[in-house]
Write a protein that binds this ligand. Structure first.
Ligand SMILES: Nc1nc2c(ncn2[C@@H]2O[C@H](COP(=O)(O)OP(=O)(O)OP(=O)(O)O)[C@@H](O)[C@H]2O)c(=O)[nH]1
Length: 368
């Protein structure tokens, strides 16, 4: 692209916001955007599951939010990311920085890599920092069974150790020990509801290429689209890629596949992970929905890692939003439905071995 001003103008800083499912990425994003920062951010949200919900839960009315729901950014949709960023660059001057929220299942390495190996992107943007939100209550568990969680910690420049209200002092020390064993370098902030100063996470200039090259010598080689996979279905086709970042109705194999970038660290994707999206344009009955959800989470919470939804209840002028992480559930009225807004309920469950039929049937019964 020929843009005579691009060489002279400063590169736009990019913050990659990562962290496992339900750790608090959207909470942090909302905190950043609602502060009186005087900056204009472009926000790119990559979600796991075909129905975009996070996009709708981001507060800042001023910010432009770009959704990428077609797969996981670390794997199949790097092309989308490059296109979105190219598009943004054509409107340079309209914003000061880019914030990219990845799915909870993304490996941050290939995402970060995009900002170095793609010429168009690397000429115009500079990776400012990889900020990883860690769940003080569940991270220790996830480090045992989710390789993505470990890579997110390993690649972090800044770690926001969140939900400290849910753990004891000893548990906090334990999880911090585990984090430090993986990554002794990152700046670490202990938070409740991601309460950090903006300057702690943005404008850090913290991305440390040398350290990353130590972790992964092949980082600067453009092998991102050339992962080899130890399974035989075709992998390079968007949502049906088999990387796990697709909706429930696609087939999936039950194993991890690894992306070997030649040397160094392997990248894993959890292929057992499924997402199930439900919607209804008929209003729901809160007296049926909430007990059903509570019961489902109580019985299947170990399999359901994450649930969230925007609900339209009968005779209710407000949108109701609920969020679940394993068995912890929160919900509240969020705001009034706007006159031109479609009153539709959207619910997403993310987990392993989801009892799909039972969830679908249960949900259908909560329609008023
Ligand atoms: N108790 C407690 N809950 C929190 C804290 N921070 C966030 N939460 C809740 O945890 C849930 C998940 O938070 P999100 O910010 O949506 O997490 P996320 O990382 O964006 O989740 P995904 O989009 O699924 O990856 C929500 O119900 C939040 O209100 C905290 O410090 N303490």
């Amino acid at each position: 692209m020929s843009d005579s001003t691009s060489d002279a103008s400063p590169k736009i800083p990019v913050t990659v916001l990562t962290g496992y499912l339900g750790a608090g990425k959207t909470t942090l994003l909302n905190r950043i955007l609602s502060e009186n920062h005087g900056q204009k951010y472009a926000v790119i949200v990559n979600e796991f599951g075909e129905i975009g919900i996070d996009n709708d839960l981001i507060v800042g009315a001023d910010e432009e939010v770009f959704e990428m729901n077609n797969g996981c950014v670390c794997c199949t949709v790097r092309g989308d990311l490059v296109r979105i960023i190219d598009g943004l660059m054509k409107r340079k001057g309209k914003f000061d920085a880019i914030i990219l929220e990845t799915t909870g299942l993304a490996d941050p390495a290939p995402v970060a890599q995009t900002f170095f190996v793609d010429e168009e992107v690397s000429g115009r943007t500079a990776l400012d920092a990889v900020v990883t939100v860690a769940d003080a209550k569940y991270l220790s568990e996830r480090l045992k069974d989710a390789p993505e969680a470990k890579n997110q910690i390993a690649f972090a420049d800044v770690i926001v150790l969140n939900k400290i209200d849910l753990v004891s002092k000893d548990e906090l020390a334990e999880v911090e020990g585990r984090i430090r064993a993986i990554n002794p370098y990152a700046t670490l902030h202990r938070t409740e509801r991601c309460a950090v100063k903006l300057s702690d996470v943005l404008g850090r200039g913290a991305f440390d290429l040398d350290r990353v090259l130590d972790l992964e010598p092949a980082f600067l080689k453009d092998e991102g689209h050339d992962h080899h996979h130890h399974h035989d279905h075709d992998h390079e086709h968007g949502p049906d890629c088999g990387c796990g970042a697709h909706d429930h109705d696609h087939g999936h194999d039950h194993h991890h596949h690894d992306h070997d970038h030649g040397h160094g660290m392997k990248h894993y994707h959890d292929e057992d992970m499924q997402s199930l999206s439900l919607r209804s344009d008929k209003p729901l009955d809160p007296m049926k929905f909430m007990p059903w959800l509570q019961e489902l989470i109580a019985t299947d919470g170990a399999k359901i890692l994450r649930s969230k939804g925007i609900l339209a209840f009968k005779d209710d002028e407000d949108r109701y939003v609920f969020q679940g992480v394993h068995m912890m559930l929160e919900g509240d009225h969020q705001r009034k439905w706007k006159p031109d807004e479609k009153r539709e309920s959207r619910v997403v469950f993310i987990g392993r071995e989801l009892p799909e039929e039972r969830i679908r049937e249960g949900f259908a019964k909560t329609i008023a």
